[in-house]
Design a protein around this ligand. Structure first.
Ligand code: OOB
Length: 550
């Protein structure tokens, strides 16, 4: 199937508006990168360990890699499932695909057979790109088995230290500088309206859906997110979140930094020891983290200090709700300006601005990056718009929010309105100043005997307790009430916490009594989703197992 067949296009008149407003430039991501590379030829584009590439080097490798892909028989519009760690080869390969219109499907390193099988078949991928082994998992064996059962898969491309497998292609060689086999080859160029990448829907339920992002819309995404985070040619961007995720990839992330002429530093782990060392060594100015990661950085800073972080100008935090309390600690305790980012692979990105008052940076998840982003906040049951300032489900459409998932009519019927709004499922409140406050997920509500309790609200309150490092509230089945509030908490070292203390804290905070947690489970760590968000589904399962056992 040709990619465009599975796509819900923006209406012509709307596309025309986005073009006339200059948001869609009619330019491919490959072109935009090449222009930046020519303008910044001698500057450093990419640093990974001992390898440092100038823009001229990177452009040369990208063109060479593109030529090798085409030379091996890959064609524009064919899909390639890319599952790589944060490594320089990801950058070269992705840019090479974008250059010639081969479409990468951005899998995460944590994906396993269940997800990959689905991604390969849903995208009809012709190639799989994986490490040989990573964190003790044999990716190559899985890739071989996926190839054996999927006739579309013609190539396995493997990232490995010593590559001599006859049935696979070595990724490092594919990403090598140009040579006589690559020079002079004429390469195809995609159209700006073509699909550039497939991102995956997040969430902790069901298999990920494919989100087709066009060159026009994704370039718009890069440009509009680079502006409010002040990413420019002096930026050094550290990518520690999984690099195929929209946030570190394009908000503005590695692609936005490269379009702006800055330096990208991919790092294989967000662990504080490694991140701090990389920030110090490369004088990192910008990075992005999820709340759980930033909590670990704060803890580490409490032990080693913040000297290593001196160069940091912007710390983006998003992907899940950053509790106000944690936001305050970041503002007080870490160098640079905190930028909250509330975004989604489906499109819409909201950010706090660097010059916003502290109250906005700490207490809101920002506002849209485009003046043509359309937002509606509606009542969950009636679907009608709520009064200004009231909480409701956020719907959105705009210049970088596609009108449907790829080839998924049923999911589209559920997740998009008939007039093309994406139903985010997030419960938000929009303040008079336009900033959004995320109050929860429409499914992340706990219904305690008819009282609706936002899990996020409970968590925010719990962060007011000094003992608590991380908190997650989930519904616990209950005979008469239907559901009660179960709190999972990770404590700071040397602290203790019991349920009575938590409930007392809720009482003294003047909170409705029904919101007090009914059950407390202290744990060493919380299960995380593949991008590092707290995995509520797993917590509910843990709780169910605990209840059956008792
Ligand atoms: C990002 O993208 P996804 O697709 O992995 O997840 C999107 C969902 C949102 O619908 C929302 O439920 C949640 O993740 N979320 C937040 C949040 N940022 C994302 N919830 C509360 N506060 C925030 N700041 O997660 C993503 C994509 C691009 C940039 C940043 C995050």
């Amino acid at each position: 199937m040709k990619t465009r067949e599975g796509i819900t296009p923006w209406p012509d008149a709307v596309a025309e508006l986005y073009r006339s407003e200059g948001l869609w430039q009619g330019r491919t991501l490959g072109d935009a990168f090449a222009a930046s590379a020519r303008a910044n030829a001698d500057r450093t584009a990419l640093v990974d360990g001992e390898l440092a590439l100038t823009y001229a080097d990177l452009l040369d490798r990208v063109e060479a890699c593109a030529a090798r892909l085409i030379g091996r028989g890959l064609a524009p519009d064919e899909r390639v499932v890319v599952q790589l760690p944060n490594h320089w080869t990801f950058v070269v390969l992705t840019l090479a695909c974008l250059r010639v219109g081969i479409v990468p499907v951005m899998a995460l390193p944590a994906h396993r057979e269940h997800e990959l099988r689905h991604l390969v078949s849903a995208s009809e991928a012709v190639a799989l790109v994986t490490p040989d082994t990573l964190r003790d998992f044999d990716h190559l064996a899985l890739a071989r088995s996926l190839r054996a059962s999927n006739p579309t898969v013609r190539h396995l491309v493997v990232l490995s230290d010593d590559h001599d497998q006859p049935d696979t292609v070595g990724l490092t060689a594919l990403c090598a500088p140009s040579d006589e086999t690559t020079r002079g080859r004429t390469l195809p160029t995609p159209d700006a309206a073509d699909v550039a990448v497939f991102l995956l829907s997040g969430g902790t339920t069901g298999l990920p859906k494919l989100i087709a992002r066009t060159h026009d819309d994704y370039l718009c995404n890069l440009v509009l997110t680079a502006l409010p985070s002040a990413v420019d040619a002096d930026t050094v961007y550290l990518a520690t979140l999984p690099i195929g995720h929209n946030f570190p990839l394009a908000c503005p992330g590695i692609l936005g930094t490269l379009i702006a002429g800055g330096t990208v530093v991919p790092l294989g782990s967000p662990r504080p020891e490694r991140a701090f060392a990389a920030i110090e060594r490369h004088r990192v100015t910008h990075t992005a983290a999820v709340p759980a990661v930033v909590a670990s950085w704060l803890d580490h800073a409490g032990v080693v200090g913040v000297d290593a972080l001196r160069s940091l100008r912007v710390l983006q935090v998003g992907g899940a709700r950053l509790a106000d309390e944690l936001a305050e600690r970041v503002v007080r305790g870490l160098p640079g300006t905190l930028q909250q980012v509330f975004g989604m692979a489906e499109g819409l990105i909201n950010v706090t601005r660097l010059d916003d008052p502290v109250e906005v940076i700490v207490g809101t998840q920002g506002r849209p990056v485009s003046h043509l982003d359309e937002l509606r906040v509606v009542d969950e049951t009636t679907g009608r718009e709520v009064a200004p300032g009231e909480p409701g489900v956020l719907l959105t459409r705009g210049p970088y929010t596609p009108r449907g998932y790829y080839d998924a009519p049923e999911a589209n019927a559920r997740s998009f309105t008939s007039d093309g709004f994406y139903i985010t499922g997030d419960i938000v409140r929009q303040r008079p100043d336009g900033n959004l406050v995320v109050e929860g997920r429409s499914k992340d509500m706990i219904n305690r005997g008819g009282e609706n309790i936002s899990a996020e609200e409970v968590e925010n309150l719990v962060y007011g307790l000094r003992a608590v490092r991380l908190a997650a509230a989930v519904a616990m089945p209950h005979g008469t009430l239907g559901e009660t509030v179960c709190l999972f908490a990770v404590l700071h070292e040397g602290h203790e916490l019991d349920l009575a203390t938590v409930r007392e804290h809720f009482d003294t905070s003047g909170v409705a009594a029904f919101k007090r947690p009914d059950h407390l489970v202290t744990v060493d760590e919380l299960p995380l989703t593949k991008v590092g968000k707290i995995d509520k589904k797993a917590l509910r399962e843990m709780l169910a197992a605990e209840l059956t056992a008792s």
